[in-house]
Design a protein around this ligand. Structure first.
Ligand code: N01
Length: 565
């Protein structure tokens, strides 16, 4: 589904939404239908879904339970929608997005295949000018960027790619028509969430699968299966209570986090708890529901790593492969959960290649040459090499705020932001799940942030003001608090996208609020309920936006307010 609007140039809006994944679609719905504003959304993709539009690789599925991984604003949809599995596969998640877009008639306000490459603030007009890749310009009072935490794809730089006679693909840009991998010689480079899911799905299909692993990770079973009747009943009884109950946890993964230290109980009990969690599945539960201190205490962390290492040795038959698959760092990256992961390495058609020991030298005509001179013969190379996470997609939009401040300069060394939603020096520009957001699952938190953002817009308009912005001191205090908490977390001591260490040249620092969603909501509401303490809401009301907006079928909200309709 593509919609192109030749009359985009010169469009004037109340709110522009960039991105149509979970956050963007709800922002559009809320601002357009619930607040009556003049809104248009833009997405580089050909249709809705965000990350689920792009990631179509074999084995791709959500690893948060389906009832947490959905919207809560549409109570009827929540009750009616029947997920077929506890952890739905990508096509089902995309089907859900399509159903949401259809139910709420969202596509009429979206320009697909439209990439915003530039955003410039004018102090004179108190408006943003957005520029599309093909040079069209849109002006808007507010911008909501819903550009995704993990969507700026990271490609490795291997020399000789152009000489390869086969195909090269990135998992996050999987061709819509699919790739014929039957009986072919395939390499998957990378063993994060993407690589681990994909290699299990590919192994039974391909001729030979070479897994090029640089750093082994701890992987627990996912526990795919039918949806629990208990969950369905809980939602049907009261969708609002269901949502609020889960928002009031730390990580919003659909369970209460443990309050018991792994160091307080006997080793037998530790083992029993981990064994139950292993049988139950879900990587987040294994990390967060078993014991309270796995991510903060090295000794507690070791109880988890010892258990998983034991499982690897138990499942994998070849001791050399066991050694290669066994991680030695903390269990403190984004946890991985995939059924049959370690079992896959017992297959005759799967080879685990340690590219830490023998790195990729270059791509050659027939495959990949390693530093040792060994050439792996291949038909298809697949990069599962991850993303320039958190800040990556924001920085792809050349953004200039007050007094010519460039976002790229502001974030060059020590990225700062407030609440994951605002950025000092960039008035009226909101982010959904931007830097210094709580470290949680996504959809319910996106909704909560959209509600806050649209509340801030409402407040600005109701006061007859033009600008809503955060004061720099508020932002720096927030970041200092976030950093203090993160310093006590093992996530900051373990290399991964969570702290930026997966991208060369990117600041290795903290990017999250690690105190949990419950406490985040209380902190944010403390600012808000104190008349937006720490923010500035200023300027007199702008003129009504003009009638050119009619070409996207929206009535100017300013005009609506003026007439009281
Ligand atoms: O990316 P990653 P991902 N040569 O960064 C390796 C979400 N997600 O796409 O660790 C060789 O985790 C790299 O090795 P190393 C989820 O939040 C969710 O897998 O840097 N290898 C690593 O093994 C997830 O955390 C879902 O040494 C190279 C891998 O590539 C996030 O997205 C599904 C390399 C990258 O792992 C990112 O996951 C998929 C090189 N030059 C994704 N460069 C679900 O909901 C990188 N690597 C289930």
């Amino acid at each position: 589904m593509e919609k192109k609007d030749s009359r985009l140039d010169g469009l004037e809006l109340d709110v522009a939404v960039i991105g149509t994944g979970f956050g963007g679609l709800y922002a559009l719905k809320k601002a357009r239908d619930m607040m009556g504003l003049n809104v248009q959304a833009f997405d580089d993709a050909g249709d809705v879904g965000g990350t689920w539009y792009w990631n179509r690789y074999p084995g791709c599925r959500v690893d948060t339970e389906c009832h947490i991984y959905q919207y809560s604003f549409d109570h009827d949809l929540m009750k009616q929608w029947e997920w077929s599995e506890r952890y739905p596969a990508q096509p089902e998640v995309l089907k859900y997005f399509n159903a949401v877009a259809d139910r709420h008639d969202l596509r009429r306000s979206i320009n697909f295949s439209t990439r915003i490459i530039k955003a410039e603030w004018s102090d004179e007009t108190a408006r943003w000018t957005l520029t599309t890749r093909d040079g069209k310009q849109i002006t808007t009072q507010f911008v909501i960027e819903a550009v995704g935490l993990l969507s700026s794809t990271k490609y490795p730089k291997f020399e000789g790619e152009e000489t390869f006679r086969g195909e090269i693909h990135h998992a996050a840009r999987w061709p819509h028509e699919g790739i014929d991998l039957n009986d072919r010689k395939v390499a998957v480079i990378g063993t994060g969430s993407t690589g681990t899911q994909m290699l299990v799905a590919l192994a039974p299909q391909v001729g030979h699968l070479n897994v090029l692993q640089r750093t082994p990770q701890y992987v627990v079973p996912l526990g795919c299966g039918p949806v629990s009747a208990e969950h369905i009943a809980a939602i049907n009884r009261d969708p609002v209570a269901f949502r609020n109950r889960h928002l009031n946890t730390a990580a919003v993964f659909g369970f209460d986090e443990s309050t018991v230290s792994a160091l307080e109980v006997t080793p037998e009990r530790v083992n029993e708890v981990y064994e139950n969690a292993w049988q139950e599945g879900n990587g987040f539960a294994f990390m967060l529901k078993t014991f309270s201190d796995i991510t903060t205490d090295e000794a507690a962390n070791a109880t988890a790593t010892d258990f998983i290492r034991g499982k690897i040795a138990e499942i994998v038959r070849d001791p050399e492969v066991v050694a290669r698959l066994t991680p030695h760092d903390f269990y403190a990256k984004r946890p991985l959960a995939t059924d049959n992961y370690y079992q896959t390495f017992n297959r005759d058609n799967v080879t685990l290649v340690d590219v830490r020991k023998d790195p990729v030298k270059r791509v050659v005509e027939t495959g990949i040459e390693l530093e040792s001179g060994r050439v792996i013969d291949l038909d298809v190379i697949i990069y599962a090499t991850g993303f320039d996470a958190i800040t990556g997609n924001y920085l792809k939009i050349e953004t200039t705020g007050t007094n010519g401040l460039r976002l790229a300069d502001k974030w060059a060394e020590n990225p700062t932001a407030l609440l994951g939603m605002m950025n000092a020096g960039f008035p009226n520009l909101f982010m959904i799940y931007g830097p210094f957001s709580p470290f949680t699952s996504q959809p319910l938190v996106h909704e909560w942030q959209v509600d806050w953002i649209t509340g801030a817009i409402r407040e600005t308009l109701d006061r007859g003001a033009q600008r809503f912005e955060v004061l720099l001191k508020t932002e720096l205090d927030w970041v200092a608090r976030c950093n203090e908490v993160a310093a006590g977390s093992l996530f900051s001591k373990t290399d991964s996208w969570i702290n930026g260490s997966n991208v060369e040249g990117k600041p290795r620092t903290n990017y999250f609020y690690m105190s949990g969603m419950k406490s985040y909501m209380a902190d944010v509401m403390e600012f808000t309920n104190d008349s937006y303490r720490g923010f500035s809401i200023s300027g007199s009301a702008p003129d009504p936006v003009n009638s050119r907006n009619s070409d996207v079928g929206e009535q100017s909200a300013t005009a609506r307010r003026a007439t009281g309709s």
